[in-house]
Design a protein around this ligand. Structure first.
Ligand SMILES: Nc1ncnc2c1ncn2[C@@H]1O[C@H](COP(=O)(O)OP(=O)(O)O)[C@@H](O)[C@H]1O
Ligand SMILES: [Mg+2]
Length: 241
């Protein structure tokens, strides 16, 4: 594919996320921290974006805003065309459940539920009559973990727990998968396996935004954003060469 074709094909992809002049600050005693100091960002369907930058540069704050876990003080955020920063907290919870899949560094599984129950959890918040178990097991199969469906999180390795968390994030078929240091609590071999899984999902067309400070992990992405002091200061992608 030549450079122009690559550009055109990306241009025709649907916009999933648009953020304009996003600002978020926190009061700490008599100090104000500008965690987001004017961020502009567009993410299109199918992109695999790595968000990089030093500790404290605002990566998690941006991911939390995009994941509807936090709100902006000013600026605009549209998720699949919906103006998110004008929504009530109930509406935000609905958007989160319908459009967002979140993967955390520490997996965030519920210890009393087994693997398939953890995966099915986002579906249970919906008032639909569906076969949760069949859907959850199908998703566990996709992440290579069907034979662990009855295991509780303590009976699983770190890599297996993260696979459960990925299956849970995908069960609602979200518009975007958000991952905050998804390999941060894994040994390097397991981390590579989890990145291979995210790479497969990306090739299947999933839209992924991943925070990492590890260049080797970021190399799996197709576009890189560098944050410093609450701003995106640099951007690269490998679609055009
Ligand atoms: N809930 C909070 N209360 C106060 N300060 C916060 C809060 N969340 C983040 N911050 C501050 O905002 C800045 C950006 O934090 P964060 O987005 O977590 O950075 P990163 O993920 O890049 O390490 C840091 O200075 C951090 O201390
Ligand atoms: Mg962080």
């Amino acid at each position: 594919m030549n450079a122009l074709n690559a550009l055109n094909s990306l241009d025709q992809k649907r916009v999933v996320i648009t953020i304009q002049d996003a600002k978020r600050s926190f009061e700490m005693g008599d100090q104000r921290v500008n965690a987001l100091a004017g961020v502009n960002l567009t993410i299109r369907e199918g992109e695999f974006v790595a968000l990089m930058g030093a500790s404290g540069s605002g990566k998690s704050t941006l991911l939390n805003v995009i994941g509807c876990l936090d709100h902006l003080n000013s600026g605009e955020y549209w998720l699949e065309g919906e103006a998110v920063n004008r929504l009530s907290s109930d509406q935000l919870a609905r958007i989160r459940n319908e459009h967002i899949g979140f993967i955390f560094q520490n997996f965030n599984l519920l210890p009393r539920l087994n693997a398939w129950e953890n995966v099915a959890l986002p579906l249970m918040y919906r008032k639909q009559v569906i076969d949760y178990r069949a859907l959850a097991c199908g998703m566990l199969e996709q992440v290579g973990l069907k034979k662990r469906m009855l295991h509780n999180p303590v009976q699983l390795s770190g890599g297996e727990r993260q696979r459960v968390a990925i299956a849970r994030a995908l069960i609602t078929n979200p518009a975007i998968l958000l991952a905050d240091e998804p390999t941060g609590n894994l040994d390097s071999v397991t981390g590579v396996e989890i990145m291979a899984l995210l790479g497969d999902l990306s090739r299947q067309g999933r839209t992924i935004l991943m925070v990492t400070h590890d260049a080797g992990i970021a190399a799996h992405a197709g576009r890189w954003l560098m944050m410093r002091d609450g701003k995106i200061i640099e951007e690269n992608n490998n679609d055009v060469d």
